[in-house]
Design a protein. Structure first.
Length: 195
């Protein structure tokens, strides 16, 4: 399977799964309704909205992130299509980032905000609610960072560097003496005639 097909399929399947799970959660929990515990004391399904970015950061930014998410789609496509021979980690990471961007972009266009429902907590600490799109973007960025930090330099070091030295002409042999000009022109000198 080609890299570009995997990128497109991952982006589409990821975006659809994000939108479906958000709709599923919001259909089961009405506004102001109680959370659904999944793992008591650790994980539950909740309901909240977010106008900011992942994990509730920069909430209250209004339509700014709606414009950013729309512009991000062609930018990510352009970055990926510009890579002539992508490695699988680049294909997977950018596919995940595209999936998350598409999922949250649809929410922002349709509702003016992003729907969050995944809630993790431990004792007195509660992690900000998020969704699958946030997870896709986070994992994609981490994978891309790992590739750039640990694998990109190794790939460059394996590529042969272009030689800057000028080609040299072969050195003349020193064990062969140049023939005499006369011998070169007429062959070996003839013996003088006898008188």
């Amino acid at each position: 399977m080609s890299h570009r097909l995997v990128f497109v399929l991952l982006a589409l399947i990821g975006a659809v799964s994000d939108l479906w799970t958000k709709t599923w959660a919001f259909d089961r929990i009405p506004p102001g309704g109680r959370e659904i515990p999944v793992i008591p004391g650790f994980f539950s399904i909740g309901r909240t909205t977010n106008e900011g970015i992942v994990f509730g950061l920069f909430a209250g930014a209004g339509s700014f992130f709606q414009v950013v998410s729309i512009l991000a789609v062609p930018i990510i496509l352009g970055i990926y299509w510009a890579v002539r021979k992508p490695r699988w980690i680049v294909t997977l990471s950018l596919g995940l980032v595209m999936a998350g961007t598409l999922g949250n972009m649809v929410d922002r266009i349709e509702y003016g905000h992003v729907r969050d429902f995944i809630k993790f907590f431990w004792k007195n600490h509660t992690w900000p609610l998020f969704n699958l799109a946030d997870s896709y973007i986070s994992v994609g960025v981490i994978l891309l960072s790992i590739d750039m930090l640990f694998f990109d330099d190794k790939r460059k070091s394996r590529e042969p560097e272009p030689s800057s030295a000028k080609p040299t002409e072969p050195m003349p042999r020193i064990d062969v003496s140049e023939p005499d000009n006369a011998q070169k022109a007429d062959g070996p000198a003839a013996a003088p005639p006898l008188s």
